[in-house]
Design a protein around this ligand. Structure first.
Ligand SMILES: Nc1ncnc2c1ncn2[C@@H]1O[C@H](COP(=O)(O)OP(=O)(O)OP(=O)(O)O)[C@@H](O)[C@H]1O
Ligand SMILES: [Mg+2]
Length: 267
């Protein structure tokens, strides 16, 4: 337990009368593929938003330990600061620039990380030309890694759901993160695309050494991929364990898996 990438202690997040996270404690080891599951409205996305600096919980401590080994206290930090420290994410609803090509979408991720910003990346002043070749090469490498090299010049709006999900992963990786947070990465994809995404996510960890934190409703995918899981229900952690432990946990079955296992059977 010594090499933790995330250490979350007693985090509570409220919106008026709504308690989105209720005294949540959890941790992620460096290199771990960890999942957070739970019914709709359980607080999963709120947890991601708190881990990435978008939400500011009223109570608790969130510590991220980046590549320099210096612990960063997340609560109160701006999202761009958290991103620069090595935390990347994808969003539940796609946020790419749909009028741009696959290549441009990834390149903007790479260049905004170099501190040029979206505008600088598009304007291309003399100051931005330095290193441009480098980010072109990095973008091509990432597209090849996710299997989109053939579609580099396709406008993103015309990509299939599965390809969009891969593009979002490439965009996340463009910032060269330590950990990648994936909010329902398989939503909207077909069974064949789900299998490809499972393999891709595993390769992100195995080949690039990036820790994975995953929210996913598809039980087949999440149980195949996650090494350990936390279950949220009404903002509280109700269970933690390996896939086998979670499947056998009566509280989980009652709160969640009862309906989800039917999904798994159908898939
Ligand atoms: N910005 C916000 N303002 C007010 N309430 C919010 C906000 N963000 C989240 N909530 C509330 O927090 C609770 C948890 O929502 P959250 O989106 O985190 O759930 P979730 O587990 O991601 O659900 P889903 O599986 O449907 O994506 C909900 O009651 C939601 O309405
Ligand atoms: Mg959500």
């Amino acid at each position: 337990m010594s090499d933790l990438i995330f250490d979350v202690r007693n985090v509570t997040l409220r919106f008026g009368g709504v308690v989105s996270l209720n005294d949540v404690s959890l941790h992620q080891g460096r290199g771990e593929i960890l999942a957070v599951i739970g019914p709709n409205g359980a607080g999963k996305t709120s947890l991601f938003n708190s881990l990435t600096g978008l939400y500011r919980p009223q109570e608790g401590v969130i510590t991220f330990q980046g590549r320099d080994g210096v612990p960063l206290s997340i609560i109160g930090k701006k999202a761009h600061r958290v991103s620069a420290a090595g935390v990347a994410r994808t969003f539940q609803a796609s946020r790419m620039f749909s009028a741009l090509t696959t290549f441009e979408n990834v390149k903007i991720g790479a260049e905004s990380h170099r501190g040029i910003g979206v505008l600088g990346a598009m304007v291309r002043g003399p100051r931005t030309r330095r290193g441009e070749h480098e980010s072109d090469q990095r973008t091509l490498d990432l597209l090849a890694f996710v299997g989109l090299q053939e579609k580099a010049n396709v406008v993103s709006a015309s990509l299939s759901y599965g390809d969009r999900r891969r593009l979002e992963i490439a965009r996340g990786l463009a910032t060269n993160p330590q950990v990648l947070l994936l909010d329902e990465p398989a939503a909207g994809t077909n069974p064949a695309e789900k299998i490809q995404l499972t393999e891709l996510i595993r390769r992100v960890r195995d080949e690039r050494g990036v820790s994975i934190l995953l929210i996913e409703h598809d039980m087949k995918l999440v149980m195949a991929l996650a090494e350990r899981l936390y279950v949220l229900n009404f903002g509280s952690v109700i269970a933690e364990g390996t896939p086998d432990e979670i499947r056998a946990n009566p509280a989980v079955i009652e709160a969640y898996l009862g309906s989800a296992e039917q999904t798994e059977d159908r898939a």
